[in-house]
Structures are given as structure tokens and as C-alpha cells.
Design a protein around this ligand. Structure first.
Ligand code: ZN
Length: 247
């Protein structure tokens, strides 16, 4: 017996359908499996990563009904960072600005549980001291240990920190909260993320997004333990990669 359909489709159901359609459109162009997640972010409109044969894309909902040329550009950008595609995508985002929700960083931050304390390294304290020493306490970002990313099997790389311009929140990988990780190393990672607050991502001359502009890299060298921290990372990356982190 056929199930009776609701008179008006629920928004969530519609969203699911549109998302599937978009996945299919991308799959045809990428000739690979595609999983799309839709969000309502206010700064980062698209991110992606490759997991073996699967492309994972996180997209703002403005992409749900994107015209073919935009879906084509998405595929090109994801596949090989095509700069022309990137410019086209930027234009599309610009034209659809009206769909981007306006939320203040403070409002965004309220939705995030901040856990800066840790067992061994208190991020709040590290942040406050760096802020005072290097930035006249002018950086109004928040800091927390991030959730451990779910990675099966041995890790090949580790993202030790990140900065969200949406919420002005710095996230530090919980693997750094270990007694064998020296304070100066954690400080260096926090300092680096603070610089992301100062130097926003911009477009380089080749059209590619530049998240580490030369000014940032230059500024980073002012960190008091710069070479020591770099040396420690070189020596101990394996230790960090193997770290078992819960939560
Ligand atoms: Zn960085």
C-alpha cells in the first residue's frame, strides 16, 4: 500500500533531496564518489577533503541550486585547485551574499563549548600571555582544545591548530595536551593561530587562495622560541601522530 505523502514537503526532506541531486551532479563531473554536507556558515563557504576514493565537500546552502557552470567550477576547483574555477566560485558567492546569515562572532561562539584548560597545558593562560607579550592584548579571539578528529588507522599528518574567522575561535589539537609536549611548542602553535587572526586569507597573484601570506610567515619568526619549536616538531612528529586522544 502506498504511503500517503504529506501535503507540504518538510524543509528537511527537501534539503535532503537537493543535497542528493547536488551529489549526483558532482559525481558525474568528478567521476568519483561524493558526499556533500550542507551548512550555514558565515565565512567559509566551501571546504573539501579526499578520503581515498571519496570526495567530501562541505558547502554553504547557496550551492544547492547552483547552475551547471558553478557545479563544473566546483569540480574543477576540488580536483586540481583550478584558479579560473576559484575566481568563478568567488563571483558566485559574491552574487549570493544575501543568503549568508549575519551572525556576530560572539553569537557564533556561544554555540561552541570552549575547553581551554587541559590536563597539562592551559591554553587560556598561554593565549593571554602571548597576547600581552606580542599583541598588546588586542587579539579578541577565544581558544579551546578541539575535538579529536576521527581518523581510522595510523595518521599521516596532524593539524595542530586552526582558526575560525566566523567565530574567532582558535582550536588546538588535543594531542598537544601531553606532558612530553613542551610548553614552548604549544605556545608556538597558539602564536601561529593568533597570526591567522591578524592576517586574513587572501588571494595571491596566481589567483589561488593564500592562507599563509609572506607577512604572516615573516611575523612568525618573531616568536621567542621559533627555531627550538621547529626543531622539536621535526624530532617528535611521530610521537604526536601516534598519540591516542580521546574526546
Ligand atoms: Zn596556518
Amino acid at each position: 500500500m502506498a504511503r500517503q505523502l504529506p501535503i507540504a514537503p518538510e524543509p528537511n526532506r527537501l534539503l535532503k533531496v537537493w543535497r542528493r541531486v547536488l551529489e549526483r551532479r558532482l559525481r558525474t563531473r568528478l567521476r568519483a564518489k561524493v558526499a556533500v554536507e550542507i551548512h550555514d556558515n558565515t565565512h567559509t563557504m566551501l571546504t573539501f577533503q579526499r578520503q581515498r576514493a571519496l570526495w567530501r565537500l562541505r558547502l554553504h546552502h547557496m550551492f544547492l541550486a547552483a547552475p551547471d557552470e558553478v557545479v563544473q567550477a566546483l569540480a574543477g576547483f576540488v580536483r586540481n585547485g583550478d584558479p579560473d574555477a576559484s575566481v568563478l566560485l568567488d563571483r558566485y558567492i559574491e552574487r549570493n551574499r544575501a543568503y549568508i546569515r549575519r551572525l556576530s562572532p560572539a553569537q557564533m561562539r556561544k554555540r561552541i563549548r570552549l575547553e581551554p584548560e587541559g590536563q597539562h597545558h592551559d591554553l587560556e593562560r598561554i593565549f593571554a600571555r602571548l597576547n600581552e607579550r606580542y599583541f598588546d592584548s588586542r587579539i579578541d579571539a577565544a581558544i579551546t582544545y578541539g575535538p579529536a578528529p576521527r581518523v581510522k588507522g595510523p595518521r599521516k599528518s596532524i593539524k595542530m591548530g586552526s582558526y575560525s574567522a566566523d567565530s574567532k575561535v582558535i582550536r588546538i589539537h588535543p594531542a598537544l595536551d601531553q606532558p612530553m609536549v613542551p610548553r614552548y611548542f604549544v605556545e608556538w602553535i597558539v602564536f601561529h593561530e593568533m597570526l591567522h587572526h591578524v592576517y586574513r586569507t587572501r588571494r595571491g597573484e596566481d589567483g589561488r587562495r593564500c592562507i599563509h601570506p609572506p607577512e604572516l610567515m615573516e611575523h612568525e619568526k618573531r616568536f621567542h622560541d621559533y627555531s627550538r619549536a621547529q626543531a622539536w616538531e621535526k624530532e617528535n612528529l611521530d610521537l604526536l601522530l601516534r598519540a591516542r586522544v580521546s574526546g
